[in-house]
Design a protein around this ligand. Structure first.
Ligand SMILES: [Zn+2]
Length: 142
């Protein structure tokens, strides 16, 4: 991580986010919801403590399509910005692709790895988990 901490912005530049703290974890999510939300066949997210992450302008009303899951998008061009999951308390997930320092943040975990698209061959040493980062972090990963 650079001395400036973590900085990120959406595609159009309307929304910027930053934190001085490193991510709690960096994780692929192979679930279909994250795939559809981001349009990415292998969505990757950095998780931050919501108390450490600031957004300018502040994130307002989230989109809620599943109970317990809140997702924020840029109001102008729709870039995915952030998500929270009731089952992973005290963490805000932001798409890795928004982060200026993404090249310094390798993923540590593949969540929902059994749902990974069969044509993807990601050659890394990240842990393969069958559930969320919450499951992986508490040791129930496969
Ligand atoms: Zn934008």
């Amino acid at each position: 991580m650079s001395d400036q901490g973590i900085t990120e912005r959406c595609y159009c530049g309307t929304v910027s986010m930053s934190t001085t703290r490193p991510p709690i974890t960096v994780a692929f999510s192979h679930c279909s919801d994250c795939r559809r939300w981001t349009g990415n066949p292998a969505p990757t997210f950095a998780a931050f403590d919501p108390k450490d992450l600031s957004a300018e302008p502040a994130l307002d009303a989230p989109v809620i399509t599943n109970p317990g899951v809140e997702r924020w998008n840029c109001k102008h061009y729709g870039s995915p910005l952030a998500a929270t999951f009731e089952y992973i308390p005290d963490q805000t997930y932001t798409p890795l692709g928004l982060i200026d320092q993404a090249d310094q943040l390798p993923a540590e975990i593949h969540c929902f790895s059994k749902k990974q698209l069969p044509g993807l061959h990601i050659m890394d040493d990240a842990t393969r988990g069958i559930g969320s980062t919450c499951d992986a972090l508490i040791g129930t990963a496969e």
